[in-house]
Design a protein around this ligand. Structure first.
Ligand SMILES: Cc1ncc(COP(=O)(O)O)c(C=O)c1O
Length: 386
């Protein structure tokens, strides 16, 4: 098994020792990879402020490392807030980035010093004005780039530009500070031009608010969307940063107070390797000629982003030699629990029950998405290589 070269040299010993002592499945996170991705992001977007999207992987060790590196945090819930507050992060480094929130949760964030809130709807904006008075608000613009993102986020959030302008005017009337605009081009976005489309639309709204309504926004939030390395090819990280920086030039006239980015997947995805064990191998001629490989990790205990075969994790094993097509499925008695059936996955024909499979780039949206005890299986455990 050969892992990507960005992992720490002792990753192999670490995995081997753990595999002898611990029951699979589990995730191994190499914090050094996260640290270098953080530096790459800072260098690539040197005038932006990083707000780590905690939902991607809320492991304490990741938060602790990122706090030390100076990161800010994009939070979706009270539990995420409490997690980062344990590490004594100043509230000025936090944003409540979920458009869907309860009144008491807004109040809780406010009581803990957070003054930066996202919104995309009037009722929510009014709640922010009541429970977090005089805070800064930014408005989530809806962007439709679903076709080129492997995990699109366009259906549920954001408002169109007319609605956004209405919200900014209302925010001012309600005594809030209309601060900026955010968007999310879709997670694992393979088309860099999606950012151009979003940045251009955002700039037009900035102009309109300034020229027609005397509302001066001072923050642009580029959201997430930068990719991790799965089987589906993406452009290089440098190409993403150079093109996006080029698109941002339209904002030069604005002297923005800050440009935020909210990386999740691109910061932690590549840092994880998930180790699972093959429970069963079977041939089911009526269902095609592929071998069925059933592992102890599945859709419900870590690999939910394989639904629709959306995210294609590289899968490795320790066996060599001839390979043959496989269907890879999880351990539960739910027929949705099949990771790859139509996609072309091939593994060595010499694989045996009890062998391990290594799922690469599984650091994001695996542990945090894992169910509590579906079919009695435990949530996905993780270990950290510091
Ligand atoms: C508001 C917000 N910001 C950032 C992210 C992180 O996106 P990504 O993992 O694509 O970097 C998400 C993901 O769902 C999000 O909802």
């Amino acid at each position: 098994m050969k892992l990507p070269s960005y992992f720490s040299p002792h990753i192999y010993d670490f995995i081997e020792n753990l595999s002898e002592e611990r029951e699979t499945p589990f995730l191994v996170l190499d914090l050094n990879v996260i640290e270098s991705r953080y530096h790459e992001l800072r260098q690539g977007f040197n005038n932006t402020h990083i707000y780590y999207a905690v939902k991607a992987n809320p492991a304490d060790e990741i938060i602790e490392r990122l706090v030390r590196l100076g990161s800010n945090f994009d939070l979706a819930s009270v539990n995420e807030l409490n997690k980062v507050l344990k590490f004594k992060v100043e509230p000025s480094r936090l944003a409540y980035g979920n458009t869907i929130k309860k009144k008491q949760d807004i109040q809780y964030f406010y009581d803990h010093g957070v003054r930066l809130f996202v919104t995309d709807a009037e009722a929510d904006l009014r709640n922010i004005a009541t429970y977090a008075p005089h805070s800064k608000v930014f408005f989530r613009l809806s962007i439709d780039c679903a076709e080129t993102a492997d995990w699109p986020l366009s259906k549920k959030f954001g408002c169109d530009s007319d609605a956004l302008i209405g919200l900014a005017i209302l925010a001012k009337e309600l005594g809030l500070t209309p601060y900026g605009i955010s968007f999310h081009v879709g997670s694992q976005q393979r088309d860099i031009q999606s950012w151009q489309h979003a940045i251009t639309e955002t700039k037009a709204i900035f102009d309109q608010l300034r020229d027609k309504y005397d509302i001066h926004l001072s923050m642009l939030n580029l959201g997430g969307g930068l990719p991790a390395h799965y089987r589906q090819k993406t452009e290089t990280f440098n190409k993403y940063t150079s093109e996006i920086n080029e698109y941002l030039k339209v904002f030069d006239e604005y002297e923005l107070e800050q440009i935020m980015i909210e990386p999740g997947r691109s910061l932690v995805g590549d840092a994880g390797i998930l180790i699972s064990e093959i429970i069963l191998i079977s041939h089911r001629p009526k269902l095609g000629c592929k071998r069925w490989i059933y592992t102890d990790v599945g859709v419900f205990n870590g690999l939910i982003e394989t639904i629709g075969e959306s995210v294609e994790y590289p899968v490795l094993s320790n066996r060599t030699g001839e390979v043959g097509s496989v269907i890879i499925a999880g351990p539960t008695c739910d027929s949705m629990d099949i990771m790859y059936q139509d996609k072309d996955y091939a593994l060595p024909t010499s694989l045996e029950i009890g062998d391990h499979l290594y799922w690469v780039s599984t650091g994001a949206y695996t542990t945090s998405y894992s169910s509590i005890e579906f079919n009695g299986f435990s949530p996905l455990n993780y270990y950290v290589l510091k």
